[in-house]
Design a protein around this ligand. Structure first.
Ligand SMILES: [Zn+2]
Ligand SMILES: [Zn+2]
Length: 135
C-alpha cells in the first residue's frame, strides 16, 4: 500500500514490517543500535525509560514502538516499560495496567449483575401480571 511516511512525508510502500520510508527506516535502525548498545551494558540494564531517553537522545515513542514490536525484550530490562493506554502508569505487557484491568472487570461484573437483576424483576412482574389475569 502506497503511503506517506509519517516522519518525513515522502511516498513509500507500507507493509506489515515497514511503517516509515526507507530513509527513515535506516535512521531508526541507527537509533535502535544506539539504544540497544546503551541498555545492553550491564550497568545500564536497570535504566528507566527517562534514563535511556536522556542518555541516547532517542524519543520515548520510538523506544515504546520497539518494545511493542518485541525488538526490545523487557525480560532483560526490569525498569523499562510503556504507559497504560488508560491511565499512563508504566506497564510491561498488554495495553492496560493491572488496576485498569481489574477496574474494567469490576465494571463488567456490575453491568452483568444489573442486567440479571432487571431480568429477574421483569420475570416477576410478568408472573404477577399473569396470576392476576387468572383470578
Ligand atoms: Zn521517511
Ligand atoms: Zn492503567
Amino acid at each position: 500500500m502506497l503511503d506517506n511516511c509519517p516522519k518525513c512525508g515522502s511516498l513509500f510502500v507500507r507493509t506489515q514490517f515497514r511503517d516509515v520510508c526507507e530513509a527513515c527506516y535506516k535512521e531508526e535502525e541507527k537509533l535502535f543500535e544506539k539504544v540497544y548498545a546503551f541498555i545492553r551494558r550491564r550497568e545500564n540494564r536497570t535504566a528507566t525509560m527517562s534514563q535511556v531517553v536522556d542518555a541516547t537522545g532517542v524519543e520515548e515513542a520510538l523506544i515504546i514502538k520497539w518494545i511493542k514490536k518485541g525488538r526490545l525484550q523487557l525480560v532483560h530490562f526490569p525498569n523499562l516499560g510503556y504507559p497504560c493506554e488508560k491511565c499512563g502508569a508504566t506497564i510491561r505487557e498488554g495495553r492496560l495496567c493491572s488496576s485498569c484491568i481489574s477496574g474494567i472487570q469490576k465494571e463488567m461484573t456490575k453491568i452483568q449483575q444489573e442486567e440479571e437483576r432487571q431480568k429477574q424483576a421483569k420475570r416477576q412482574t410478568t408472573y404477577f401480571t399473569e396470576r392476576r389475569k387468572d383470578d
